[in-house]
Design a protein around this ligand. Sequence first.
Ligand code: UD1
Length: 332
Amino acid sequence: MILVTGGAGYIGSHTCVELARAGYEFVVLDNFSNSTPVVLERIERITGQPVRWHEGDIRDRATLDRIFAQYPISAVLHFAGLKAVTESIDRPIDYFDNNVHGSIALVGAMERAGCKTLVFSSSATVYGPEQPMPVAESAPLTVSNPYGRTKLVVEDLLYELSRSDPQWRIATLRYFNPVGAHDSGLIGESPVGTPSNLMPLVCQVAAGLRPAVQIFGDDYPSPDGTGIRDFVHVMDLADGHVAALAFLERNQTHIVVNLGTGRGASVMDVIKAFERLSGRRIPYEIVSRRTADIGISFADVSLANELLGWVAKRDLDDMCRDAWRWQSANGQ
Ligand code: UD1
């Protein structure tokens, strides 16, 4: 039995679908601070299987101990956390409490229960600016906001944990830019309030819910001047988690692995592809660069390929098509 913290969230929910498809049994723990139980019903519709779930917070020791006592949990996929950069600057205490304290509580409960296999959601944000691209896992790490720092602190904790007790099996996965949705249109990304990431904004502009996309700068050293990111389809990311889990079943070790496509697409590429796939016009305006933004970011994915046998299979067209299907079906 796999415990999925944050399993009703964006990446967690898509990974639950892939876990079911790969034949794993799982139980979701989510406090629904940024999601709803409806997502779990949608996973049931997609997989045709009931989903076990508990509402609760990873910071609550009693909740965790109860779950570990109730189920024979062999591994944890740990998605639960807060993830908005700007919000983290306004609310650093909440970010450290949820992301750092939450992760400490989780690994503590795992240790008490004798469950020492963990897949952790980290982020390419730990690489900071000014890295030569593509960026490999061995690159120096720096962070410029509280959200990024919480990821780095938990990475450090997991590193020390596996050094102190080699029984731990840990995969720290550094996501690049997850976008898209399950191709059923039943689950996808549901940002609360104004989205801060590019793809949900493009979706809402295409749907006529917002007037235009603001492009943050067209003077980056890219062919069209707009920023470049390694957008990766959330279902590929989900596959990557299943591959990481399978790897840890075979290997008692700690790995840190990038999950991306290894290819960059510019903000303008995304807008143009989305226009083509949705048949909608996406008005945009060029504004100044976003504070502390990185110009170009894309992954060296050779380690994921080598260790996990994983490569992203879906391209930018798939990402836009699936994001638009989800947006159209949900109309928000
Ligand atoms: C951002 C965070 C990153 C976090 C990730 C979570 C920053 C600097 N980075 O990544 O730490 O892990 O979200 O998903 O906040 N863009 C526009 N207009 C918009 C929104 C974005 O032009 O309205 C551009 C950005 O300048 C960037 C690209 O689109 O070039 C992608 O931006 P975004 O989706 O916010 O992701 P990141 O900045 O890569």
